[in-house]
Design a protein around this ligand. Sequence first.
Ligand code: IVH
Length: 586
Amino acid sequence: MHEALNPKIRRYFFSLKKKLEEHDRHYYRDAAPIISDFEYDCLKHEWKELRRQYPALQLESETIGDDRREGFATFPHLSPMLSLSNTYDRSEVDAFDQRIRRVLGGKEALRYVVEHKIDGVAVNLIYEEGHLIRALTRGNGREGDDVTKNVLTIQGLPVYLPDAPQRLELRGEVYIPLEVFEEINRQQEERGEEPFANPRNLAAGTLKTLDTSIVQQRKLQLWIHSLGLCEGLSIATMVDFYCFLKKWQLPYVEFFENAHSLEEIWKCIGIIDQRRHTLHFATDGAVLKINDRSLQRILGETQHSPRWAFAYKFAPERVETRLEKISLQVGRSGAITPIAELKSVWIAGTEVKRATLHNASEIERKDIREGDIVVLEKAGEVIPAITEVVLSRRSPTSIPFVFPRKCPQCNALLSRAMGEIAWKCPNDDCSAKVECRILHFASRSAMHIEGLGDNLVHQLCQKGYVKNIADLYELSHEQLMNCNGIGTKTAEKVMQNLEQSKSCSLWRFLHGLGIPGIGEKTSKDLASSFPDVRTLMAASLEALRIIPGVGEKTALEVHAYFQSASVVCMIDRLEALGIRCIRAST
Ligand code: IVH
């Protein structure tokens, strides 16, 4: 007979379970967790420990997330989609290896593959007779949401596999490359909208987006890492499996390591830890897998995870530093982004002096004040972020940060539109906005005018030589030479580059104009439907609406932009100055 369980412990155990279920809903269903993965893993660990310690709790099953949502058709997986046991504790990895050797009786020469744990969203691709018939999310592990349409936006994903088995399930992670994530967040802040917390949440939200044109812009990618049902083909090892993936031209993480002993496992994890900082996608640990699939079958699985695989997760790096000042940046749309100016500190191999605080509500929510000691956290490969204030080290004389009412650059009264998160400067002639517009026009992703970088554009605007895009084409050699650090040669080169840009492709020009809400992709969609900017300017709202890739909101924005007298005047001037941007393929 077991002793009766202390009611306090029982209550605590179930309150933890409730919390975990709530966080599962935020993470899986809403793709918007409110605590970090590390905090979640700690809660789960604590819960599992209680269950292990108290026999009366052992029948309680683990919580499992469920990502299924309204609006999606649900289909069963051909075989259950399991999860992985994970730990931050080195001794649990040692215990995992010992357990495996014990179960297999120590007779087998063991080989593990050790690879990156990708911080993405799990998907299951079902191929029948070689044809991709469906892509499902994990759902509740038995059935998931049909996200085939969105998965098909992944460039290069083969929809037919020659010589494939009759039925095949490939499991992998959908992710958003770090660079794409950072660009999307820049655009979010620019539009005054809330930035996405991390690439994983954005990938999860994107996979559950019903508008395919948005999904396309997010540039989803995929790594395949495991096998579900495989009917009619015998695959002996994980390494053989990866060879099949290679043959089928499916994306998989090629750089896995091989380990035969615990010592080698730790060596491999060390390599993975080093390499993760150089990758273009977020990872959060290392996964160990038994290579031999017949041994995998012997080891079997629990209800939730295989007994032949295990994840060692890297705890996020955290450092404390002083927030010296909160400065304010004015973006192209006028959105004001508060920036934390930090006492310089090293985290995960990089020196950090500044971190975005995103918006006024974020500062208020975390009660971040100038002079505070703050915790800077770098989880995976994501940009370091301030997670909290060390209240015990706050000066008694500190005062809450008051977000200004006026633009720090031009003093105009800031405004905030309904439903938007950012305060914006409404003054179109604000020098900070003008500078951003010019920089954007000249940038690599728009007109690509080399030589027109931050420093030069800043000086040209400060000196009053450039107030709008058209002024760039009236710059004189002397004006350029008047700027610090610009010699005859550089001035000549800039003049030449400006001259050359006069005949660049229409989409670059449209993108360069910085029409609100119009990025590179929509600029290309517009440019492929109109021969030149004049025809686009004359287009009716109806004509804009029916362009593939252009929705109602975009049509309205484009139409309104070209109705503005100052825009028409600027385009007239640009044409008079010889700009002839026409439709072209690049
Ligand atoms: S193997 C039975 N390999 O992490 C599951 N999973 O947190 C075998 N994941 O459910 C999965 N990188 O969705 C495997 N290299 C990798 C992975 C990986 C990320 C995901 C997977 C898993 C989850 C657990």
